[in-house]
Every structure is written in structure tokens, then in C-alpha cells.
Design a protein around this ligand. Structure first.
Ligand SMILES: C[S@@+](CC[C@H](N)C(=O)[O-])C[C@H]1O[C@@H](n2cnc3c(N)ncnc32)[C@H](O)[C@@H]1O
Length: 368
């Protein structure tokens, strides 16, 4: 029998002492335990040598495209100072790609912008400082929203694959009691296992208006992943955005899509070594856990905070539009950049799975 990892032992003891925990709590510890959490232990989780690819790990072009978009947005407001705030900056790679491209290609925007990073983890901040050593005078870090200056952000608040890494509550449908229960985690027979826990009314409230006709046909155990942490984060971001753009790039669903029959097990996935792992609860801290973002919930949260939908488009549509602007301005790409672009927009790679959501204070609705 393999020796248990440190986090395995910690979780096992916790469950033995206090009984089952919600999956959300388990996921929070698996990913963010200050010492042993998946995202706290090694910078190289993302990319070829890590467990999964993101658009950032495809190459520097992704940051270059977003830098161009930012400069275009900024062009409207001429001499105003502007902030690009990134959350989920991980090892600082996107920030470095963005700053490199902006400095080279868009001096019009470069002089008057600052790069802010929202980073609660001291370790990740250190990785980012190393990656951004050339631009330290341009960059500021904040551990949480409350630490931002009271003037808030004028510019863009951006994240790529941040919200899919927030802990989710997993609600299951009980046919017997015709009610939602919450999936929890227990330690049973030498392994972590699922257990049905009593429903969690504040979290389940989001499913209160599930139509009765749908409830009548849901199979027992049908699972929906809900992420109140993502909605709260989006509201916090909206509160700080004085003017500009609130942007999330992620893979996700609209609320109706989560009831598709093919999603009876929710959208939670685990990755290790670029493969989907079969046991979601195995090896906590050693494999990535991720669930689709609920874009409908984000859009509604933004609207509650006075934001309007500006763009909701596939990554492919959105990046192609930026690329067209760059080409029209005479920017030429080499073969490596062209390949990166094809991967970013290819429907079988990252182009269709990823969506770009942009909300703005007071913006009018526009098609992407
Ligand atoms: C899936 S990775 C994506 C990394 C990077 N954005 C990319 O696209 O390659 C998610 C990152 O978000 C970070 N993260 C999670 N919660 C966060 C929070 N509340 N604030 C800032 N970063 C967070 C994780 O530690 C991890 O580095």
C-alpha cells in the first residue's frame, strides 16, 4: 500500500474527528491548503510539463492579443491613466507576455498604464515577482479586494481560468425526497468517498425555480455544480470597477445547459499529467480539480451590481476580431505565432470550449 501524502493524512484525520465535509470544503483544501494545496506547491502545474494547458501556456501570443485589445479599449479615453488588473496570475506568465507586447507594440498605452495583480498567496506572489522582475516599477500587488485603493479600478479587471478553479458545491437530486441534497466527502474503507449530506438551503436556493416538469424527470443523484464563490468574486470585482471592462475567459455553461441529460454527473473534472483522472477524490493536492463556470450566474451578478453585458462570445470569435485589427494595423506574425493563434481559436482545441464574458458599467449591449 502506498504511503499517504501529507494532505491525505490531514484530510483523513479531519474527517475522522468531525465527520464528512462538503465537497466544496474538500476542494478548497485540495487546491489551496497553505502548505500542501495543489496550487500552492509548484509553479509548473500549467503547461507542457504540468497537468493541463491553458491559453496562456500555448505561448506569448495570447497575452499579446489581450494587450492589443486593452490598448484599443484605452484609445477611447486618451490621456487617462489606466489599470489592467489580473486575478489568478499564477506564475506571472500572462502578465509578462502582456507587458512585453504592450511595451513593444503600443507605446500609446504603455506610458499611462499600470499592471495590478490580485494575489492572496504569498508563494504565488513570489513566483510572479520573479517573472516580472523587468517590470516591477509598473506592477503592484494586492492580497484581496479590500486592499485596493478606495478609488478602485479604471481600466480592466481580467481573469483567465480563474473562476473554474473556485471550490464548487455539488448538489444532488433525491428522487425519494424530491429535494436537493449536498454531496459531501467521507473516509470509508481506506479511501475518500462520496456521501449524501443534508441540503444546504442558501446554496440550493439557486435551484428553487427548477421547473416541476424537469424535477419530475431528473434521475436520482443528478448532480449540479454550483459556485457561490465565483458569483461573490464577480460582485466584488464589479464593486471596484469604476469604469472600464470586467472580463472573464473561461469554459462554462449557461444555466439551462447544466440540466442536459449528458451532464447527470455535473461538470467537475480532475486532471493529472494531461489526463482526465477517473477518481475525483483521489490524491487531493496532487491533481487539479475544476468545474464549468456558470456564465448566467455571473451575468446576473454583474447586472445586480449595475453592469451591462458588453460581449459574450467564444474565444475564437473574440480573438479573431483582435487579430484582424492587428493585421489591419500592419502587425505581421511569424510561423510560431500563427500556430499559437490556430491553437487558440481552433474549435477542437481552445476556440470553442472557452468563452469571453465582458461586462461594463453602463455599457450598451453589442454583438461580438
Ligand atoms: C487554472 S489556474 C489558471 C492560471 C492562469 N490564469 C492561466 O490561465 O494559465 C487558476 C489560478 O487561479 C489562482 N486562484 C485561485 N483563487 C484565487 C483568488 N481568489 N485570487 C487570485 N488567484 C486565485 C490559483 O491559485 C491558480 O494559480
Amino acid at each position: 500500500m502506498q504511503p499517504l501524502s501529507d494532505l491525505n493524512s490531514i484530510l483523513k484525520e479531519m474527517l475522522a474527528a468531525a465527520g464528512p465535509v462538503t465537497f466544496a470544503r474538500f476542494m478548497e483544501l485540495a487546491l489551496y491548503h497553505p502548505e500542501h494545496g495543489y496550487y500552492e506547491r509548484r509553479a509548473s502545474r500549467v503547461g507542457k510539463r504540468g497537468d493541463f494547458f491553458t491559453s496562456v501556456s500555448v505561448g506569448p501570443l495570447f497575452g499579446g492579443l489581450w494587450a492589443w485589445q486593452f490598448a484599443e479599449w484605452a484609445a477611447a479615453g486618451r490621456d487617462q491613466p489606466l489599470i489592467w488588473l489580473e486575478a489568478g496570475a499564477h506564475d506571472g506568465r500572462l502578465a509578462a507576455d502582456f507587458l512585453m507586447a504592450l511595451e513593444r507594440q503600443r507605446p500609446d498605452c504603455w506610458e499611462r498604464m499600470e499592471y495590478w495583480i490580485l494575489e492572496p498567496s504569498v508563494k504565488r506572489r513570489q513566483w510572479q515577482e520573479e517573472a516580472l522582475s523587468r517590470w516591477l516599477s509598473k506592477t503592484k500587488w494586492f492580497p484581496n479586494w479590500a486592499a485596493l485603493p478606495a478609488t478602485g479600478v479604471r481600466g480592466a479587471v481580467f481573469s483567465n481560468e480563474l473562476l473554474d478553479a473556485f471550490p464548487v458545491h455539488r448538489l444532488g437530486w433525491s428522487r425519494e425526497s424530491a429535494a436537493w441534497f449536498e454531496w459531501g466527502v467521507t473516509w470509508e474503507g481506506g479511501r475518500f468517498d462520496w456521501v449524501r449530506m443534508p441540503g444546504n438551503p442558501p446554496v440550493a436556493a439557486e435551484l428553487d425555480n427548477t421547473p416541476p416538469e424537469l424535477r419530475a424527470v431528473l434521475p436520482d443523484g443528478f448532480t449540479v455544480d454550483l459556485c457561490p464563490a465565483a458569483t461573490i468574486w464577480w460582485e466584488e470585482a464589479a464593486r471596484r470597477l469604476r469604469s472600464g471592462w470586467l472580463v472573464a475567459v473561461d469554459y462554462g455553461l449557461t444555466a439551462e445547459q447544466r440540466f442536459a441529460p449528458g451532464r447527470a454527473n455535473g461538470t467537475l473534472r480532475a486532471y493529472a499529467g494531461h489526463r482526465l483522472a477517473t477518481d475525483l477524490l483521489a490524491r487531493p493536492g496532487e491533481q487539479d480539480l475544476t468545474a464549468n463556470v456558470d456564465f448566467t450566474a455571473l451575468i446576473k451578478a454583474g447586472e445586480r451590481m449595475g453592469l451591462r453585458l458588453d460581449i459574450f462570445a467564444s474565444q475564437s470569435q473574440f480573438l479573431t476580431r483582435i487579430a484582424a485589427q492587428m493585421w489591419a494595423a500592419g502587425v505581421a506574425w511569424d510561423a510560431v505565432q500563427t500556430r499559437q493563434f490556430q491553437t487558440l481559436i481552433h474549435p477542437e482545441h481552445l476556440g470553442r470550449a472557452f468563452q469571453v464574458l465582458v461586462q461594463r458599467p453602463g455599457a450598451v449591449v453589442s454583438a461580438a
